[in-house]
Design a binder for this molecule. Structure first.
Ligand code: ZN
Length: 271
């Protein structure tokens, strides 16, 4: 038998997290503020998330009896408070995800700190949530970001691709746990229609096969499988069905720890 590469609780072989980035219109407003003032088409595409996608995903998670991790920008909390509260009230983990989905590569350290404090205040005031975790908008992270997160009380970040098991980022303020992500398990490059981009809209059957293969291989490698989906993209009917089919296939393997990013980070810190 191969050596255990990473030790999971109760002798489990791998960990699996469903994570959802509830962006709604925020990313569009940050990247294209001019267009966001006039393009109802672009706004409505993203409003599908709060209007339909979130509740469809919540019903899925209820059917599967799974707790998931939702990363929500401050802007989305303020502008879509009811669905944000339904996520919290269903018992899912809520993490931070920027204020107006700022890609921090555009920010200096002082600006990034201000925006971090703004999003924390909104999560606290509107939802009563003090998040353990942070996912950077667009998976954009500056070299100083981990220390900022650590000094603002975060236990973990989930935005980097430097491993496929949890690992520690050294910061001057002490270690910050990373719950790593990867492009293969992000719905946006597969499903998002962007004019002029090389990717076409993927067949859910192909994506199920791709994600199932990635999961099976990571399971053998004692990996931490973190799926990242967006309610405005994966809240579409056939894609919610895809997530359900994927989880049912994963459950046919023995020894999968279905959990949240926060519980993965807690486990990593203790062991
Ligand atoms: Zn996002």
């Amino acid at each position: 038998m191969a050596a255990v590469r990473y030790r999971w609780p109760k002798g489990k072989r791998s960990a699996a997290v469903l994570s959802f980035d509830f962006d709604a219109e925020s990313g569009f407003i940050f990247r294209e503020p001019e267009k966001a003032r006039r393009s109802l088409a672009d706004l409505e595409e993203r409003r599908f998330g709060p209007r339909v996608g979130v509740d469809r995903i919540l019903r899925l998670l209820d059917r599967l009896k799974l707790r998931a991790t939702f990363f929500i920008p401050g802007w989305t909390v303020v502008n879509h408070l009811a669905p944000s509260k339904r996520i919290r009230d269903a018992g899912h983990e809520v993490g931070a995800h920027g204020n107006v989905h700022e890609a921090v590569g555009f920010l200096d350290e002082a600006q990034e700190k201000t925006i971090l404090q703004q999003q924390l205040a909104i999560l606290k005031d509107q939802l009563g949530v003090v998040p353990a975790g942070y996912r950077s908008p667009s998976w954009d992270v500056n070299v100083w970001t981990p220390a900022l997160l650590k000094t603002h009380g975060f236990r973990y970040d989930s935005s980097l691709m430097g491993n496929d098991v949890p690992y520690a980022l050294d910061t001057p303020a002490g270690p910050l746990t990373e719950v790593p992500v990867q492009w293969i398990m992000d719905d946006a490059p597969l499903f998002r229609h962007v004019y002029g981009a090389t990717n076409a809209i993927a067949d859910p059957g192909r994506v199920l096969q791709m994600w199932s293969k990635e999961f099976s291989a990571m399971h053998r490698e004692n990996g931490c499988f973190v799926l990242t989906c967006h309610p405005f993209i994966s809240g579409r009917a056939s894609r919610v069905q895809l997530i359900e089919d994927l989880v049912r296939a994963m459950r046919r393997q023995a020894g999968v720890w279905f959990t949240t990013c926060e519980e993965v980070a807690q486990w990593h810190e203790k062991h």
